[in-house]
Design a binder for this molecule. Structure first.
Ligand code: GP0
Length: 829
């Protein structure tokens, strides 16, 4: 029957039918159909959310139309596909982006207008899926956008957290976390696929014995089981192709505790359901740190096994041989969060599909590639053996076997000594025993990459040094990138249109074409239009901030912005020291060449990260003092924008004059916010860290404000026994600034509140703020000097944008495709 059905349908002609056209009239008709028959509403009773949902469904139909065509081409061409495994995604609001990618914004706006609806009101209603913490999750979404745009067959796998990253509100200057309720009003973008579901086992024990044919066989007798169900969100690339974001939700398996239910123990049966669903309840809100939490390990294993079982199913239904899995799938591990996949694929191939170990290992190594995102020691995932054994007893055995074979190899074929072997082992035995996930990922993959040139070098020099010596060819670099669709075209449409009117719109899919702007960098009328757009964007942001915080800022001020997770290594407090230095000097009448500035911060702190939360309080305390002080508040304002997320970010980047990228050198793997600011015409003040190095190379030394110690200098300083207190004593101005923090002036006379921060800086200062302080202050003087030359500033701003081509995520995805995945785009139609 099914054969007949599929034979009867010609997808290309059916989905191209006029019923789903992109005309204004068709959109209007579909909208009303969705409202009436999709959600059963009449206009008089329709709430704003009903209208939003009806439009989302209208657009979703049109996405599926493209999506179906892509899927057809992929299966016809039998192309190699990418499976991207990531515990986090931050797609941002879908509606406006999908309209842009379908190129139907204008007619949709008109269609809505004719119905008396303002499109922007509907766009504003959307709650974004906050399924990630920051850079890492947003990177995954930029990559999915580029995969779809380039037409590379791809499935992105992840977790459908019911509660994503918390909403941040500021109360009395402190961060308060509210639960995210992104699913509260439903999610029109996703489609549940109840028939795509897999069983997931946990705990229990293993049995070793022979099967009925006498073959050695391990059986995992689990302690509990849950089911993972697929929820698909089609992701549309620019002008056409589609990829899918497949997120897994944990549910109770049907048979679960049926016995208890039959006995009348209703509560126990329901409790089992509840416990099963816990696995995908909530995203862990820590950026870069691991707690060793059992539930977190379960989340990781849960989404990994569902994804791998799905990949195997997709492979087998095409009638392919499992031994050729690696020829059809390139599986990318976004950090070590999904690294358990190495052991899980071995288990599926050996225990479930009965392949022999050597064959399974060949397939595994050739499927997987691993991206490392950090050198921070506290962010390198490790699991204590007892915890791991309790949750995944069979995987522990498999990891021991992988490790044993690996250590034998390096001992005998490469004559490594015991100390080196201990350093490279998957098991850390220096104290309590741990599994090092980065080692598992490195050993089980054919490729390991860092996320900027500098980070990839440091990875080889430090964290994975001995592995790089053993397998030099395994290591490579893919510098991060961002999608120009969302982060320029969508969020800064006036600038995008100005650019297109000068150089055409080829840049949207070929960002290097921005170079064609260079000849206009000195063109006065182009400069004027450029800066006028910036000013409008600043007006827009000022209005938003006024609404959010009540603080008024003058759009003519220099907008100096630091927006990213709050972290000591990112040094938001260095920015605070600068602000206080400006404040104190203005008060004394010492600062003459200072142009009025608005200092804007945004970012969330991990709820358990005390120092980061104190930093937010400090910023808001400085804001309170400065903004009330009539002696200075026409020259400076300080604002903390609450709830930094993709939606708010899209309002920040276009309005920035100055981008703060001031982490201690060697700490920020890449950064991607740095790219978003620069692509929107902000100049960067930054250290030689992560991708800043490459941004400076591209835009030119003269168009980048550089300060601070280099990585080598940081290391030399540390070796020499860094003494922040000496710097404090030697620099009188710095001393005044630091002492001001604990003077009580910021805290109604309380001299204790900020003391932990102050003492940390004076006596430890692990991120060397004091060492970089003077260099930063001096560099800020240069910023202000340039700001007084508006033409020069405009010129540099234009050159920054013109030279950002390298940082398109399209380039990153091409690098991954050529260097690592060996995949090519499909030909459509
Ligand atoms: C790195 F290890 N990053 C981690 C992590 O757990 N979470 C996270 O967001 C970030 C890096 O800090 C980064 O430098 C990088 O650009 C991003 O991953 C994507 O590679 C800051 O954006």
């Amino acid at each position: 029957d099914e054969k007949k059905f599929s034979d009867k349908i010609n997808i290309a002609s059916t989905s191209g039918s006029s019923r789903i056209s992109h005309s204004k009239e068709a959109i209007k008709a579909s909208f009303l159909d969705s409202l009436f028959y999709g959600i059963g509403r009449v206009p008089a009773l329709a709430t704003p959310n009903d209208r939003y949902t009806a439009l989302a469904l209208t657009i979703r139909d049109r996405i599926f139309q493209q999506f179906i065509l892509t899927t057809e081409s992929i299966s016809k061409q039998d192309a190699r596909a990418v499976a991207y495994l990531s515990a986090e995604y931050l797609p941002g609001p879908h509606l406006a982006n999908n309209l842009l990618n379908l190129e139907i914004t204008a007619q949709t706006r008109e269609a809505m207008e004719e119905l008396g609806i303002e499109l922007d009101d509907l766009i504003a209603i959307e709650e974004e899926p906050g399924l990630g913490n920051g850079g890492l999750g947003r990177l995954a979404s930029c990559y999915l956008d580029s995969l779809a745009t380039l037409g590379i067959p791809a499935i992105a796998y992840g977790i459908r957290y019911e509660f994503g990253i918390f909403d941040q509100v500021i109360k009395d200057g402190w961060q308060v976390e509210l639960t995210d309720k992104w699913l509260h009003y439903g999610n029109p973008w996703e489609v549940v696929r109840p028939e795509i579901a897999y069983e997931v086992k946990f705990g229990g024990r293993t049995e070793h014995g022979a099967d009925s044919n006498g073959k050695f066989q391990v059986t995992w007798v689990p302690g509990s089981e849950v089911k993972g169900t697929a929820y698909d969100t089609p992701i549309l690339g620019y002008k056409g192709n589609g990829a899918v974001l497949r997120l897994w939700r944990a549910e109770a398996i049907e048979s679960f505790d049926f016995a208890a239910f039959n006995l009348g123990d209703y509560y126990r049966a329901v409790e089992a359901k509840m416990l099963s669903e816990n696995i995908t309840k909530v995203l862990y809100p820590n950026d870069q740190a691991q707690g060793g939490k059992e539930l977190r390990l379960k989340q990781q294993y849960f989404f990994v096994t569902c994804s791998l079982q799905d990949i195997i199913r997709l492979h087998l239904i095409q009638g392919r041989n499992l031994e050729r899995l690696h020829e059809k799938f390139a599986i990318q591990l976004n950090d070590t969060h999904p690294a358990i996949a190495i052991a899980e694929l071995m288990r599926l191939l050996v225990d479930v599909h009965q392949l022999d170990w050597a064959k399974a290992w060949h397939i595994t190594q050739n499927c997987f590639a691993y991206t490392n995102h950090t050198l921070l020691p506290e962010a390198l995932e490790k699991w204590s053996i007892p915890l791991f054994e309790k949750v995944l007893p069979r995987h522990l055995e498999i990891i021991y076997e992988i490790n044993h074979r690996f250590l034998e190899e390096i001992r005998h074929q490469h004559s490594y000594n015991n100390a080196q072997i201990a350093g490279m082992s998957i098991i850390d035995e220096s104290g309590e025993r741990y599994i090092r996930m980065a080692h598992l990922a490195t050993i089980g993959s054919h490729s390991v990459n860092g996320v900027s040139a500098m980070h990839s070098e440091l990875l080889k020099k430090e964290v994975l040094h001995d592995f790089a010596g053993l397998w030099p060819d395994k290591f490579c670099n893919v510098t991060n990138g961002i999608t120009p669709r969302r982060f320029l075209y969508l969020s800064n449409t006036p600038l995008a249109e100005l650019i297109s009117s000068y150089i055409g719109n080829g840049w949207i899919t070929d960002l290097d074409q921005l170079r064609k702007l260079e000849p206009y960098a000195d063109d006065v009328s182009f400069q004027n239009s450029w800066m006028e757009i910036k000013l409008n964007n600043k007006q827009h942001l000022a209005a938003l901030l006024q609404k959010q915080t009540g603080i008024e800022i003058d759009p003519a001020m220099l907008f100096d912005i630091q927006a990213k997770r709050i972290h000591e290594y990112k040094r938001q407090h260095l920015k605070v020291l600068h602000i206080l230095s400006v404040y104190l000097r203005l008060k004394k009448g010492e600062l003459i060449n200072f142009s009025p500035s608005a200092f804007i911060f945004a970012g969330k702190a991990a709820p358990g990260y005390i120092m980061a939360k104190l930093l937010i309080k400090l910023i808001n305390s400085v804001a309170d003092l400065v903004n009330q002080d009539t002696e200075v508040n026409d020259k400076m304002k300080v604002v903390f924008m609450p709830d930094f997320n993709v939606k708010n970010a899209q309002n920040l980047y276009p309005a920035a004059d100055l981008s703060e990228q001031i982490s201690m050198a060697g700490m920020e793997a890449s950064g991607t916010g740095n790219m978003k600011f620069s692509l929107n015409g902000a100049l960067t003040i930054g250290t030689l860290d992560g991708a800043n190095v490459e941004i400076r190379q591209e835009v030119g030394e003269d168009n980048f404000f550089l300060f601070g110690l280099s990585v080598e200098q940081v290391q030399a300083n540390k070796t020499a026994g860094y003494q922040p207190y000496d710097i404090y004593q030697q620099n009188q101005h710095l001393r005044e600034v630091l002492d001001f923090i604990v003077s009580g002036a910021l805290s109604q006379g309380d001299t204790q509140l900020f003391r932990p921060l102050y003492e940390n800086l004076l006596y430890q200062d692990p991120f060397m703020l004091l060492a970089d302080y003077q260099s930063y202050i001096d560099c800020q003087e240069q910023v202000h000097e340039l700001w007084r030359e508006p033409k020069e500033w405009a010129r540099k701003s234009i050159l920054n944008v013109a030279r950002m081509g390298k940082f398109s995520s399209d380039r990153s995805i091409r690098d991954y495709s050529d260097l690592i995945w060996k995949v090519t785009p499909i030909n459509k139609k």
